[in-house]
Design a binder for this molecule. Structure first.
Ligand SMILES: [Zn+2]
Length: 209
């Protein structure tokens, strides 16, 4: 934890999206005019092209870096320190804003774009993350299958692809060929709440530097 000044998945000020021209691939959706192998994930989905200069400039809190989000989510790494997320028999640990009012079994079945956390980062996040200070919950997840992506949906336009709206799409959705992804989604199943006090005891002295 020492030396962490912003969560791992946070975008830094010099990590702007690289200028890229989107083109329509007849019958195949969207692609980059100068597309490279690394522009798509293993399932063939096109991703945003942010610069990767982690730690350079200033952190832009609240803005998530697509490729670090994808890495943390895919490998179940802590979104704060990038170490392994906490895991026990109850499942992998997540810390999110409390949205229990959204539906009765929340977060069961949730399409989640926030990577999990490790236990030492829970106390730190609660103290320093503005989004969590107004009510956060921790829970363990037994099954969190990689289900799809969040991204911008495009459609065919006269002068090239036109962005329509942001969507969550499953990997088996045909429209996914028309998406430029910005986040990987896991579907959360088998969720059990964990009292925050259980996680923060002994970690209260961790300092952000
Ligand atoms: Zn951590």
């Amino acid at each position: 934890m020492n030396g962490v000044i912003a969560p791992y998945i946070t975008t830094w000020s010099v990590e702007q999206e690289l200028p890229s021209r989107l083109v329509e691939r007849p019958g195949c959706g969207v692609g980059y005019a100068d597309e490279l192998l690394g522009d798509r994930d293993a399932r063939g989905v096109l991703w945003q092209r942010p610069a990767v200069r982690h730690g350079v400039g200033k952190p832009e809190f609240g803005k998530v870096h697509p490729l670090r989000q994808r890495r943390a989510m895919r490998r179940l790494l802590c979104q704060v320190c990038a170490g392994p997320a906490d895991q026990n028999d109850g499942g992998v640990l997540w810390l999110l804003r409390d949205h229990r009012g959204d539906w009765p079994e929340w977060p069961e079945g949730m399409a989640c774009t926030e990577p999990p956390v490790c236990a030492p980062c829970v106390a730190l996040s609660l103290r320093l993350c503005p989004a969590l200070c107004c009510g956060a919950v921790a829970f363990r997840v037994r099954a969190s299958e990689v289900a799809g992506v969040r991204g911008a949906l495009y459609r065919s336009g006269r002068f090239g692809p036109v962005a329509v709206r942001d969507v969550n799409l499953a990997y088996d959705d045909q429209d996914i060929r028309w998406v430029v992804a910005s986040a990987l989604i896991r579907e959360l199943r088998g969720c059990t709440f964990v009292p925050l006090a259980e996680l923060t005891e002994g970690h209260a002295a961790v300092q952000l530097r």
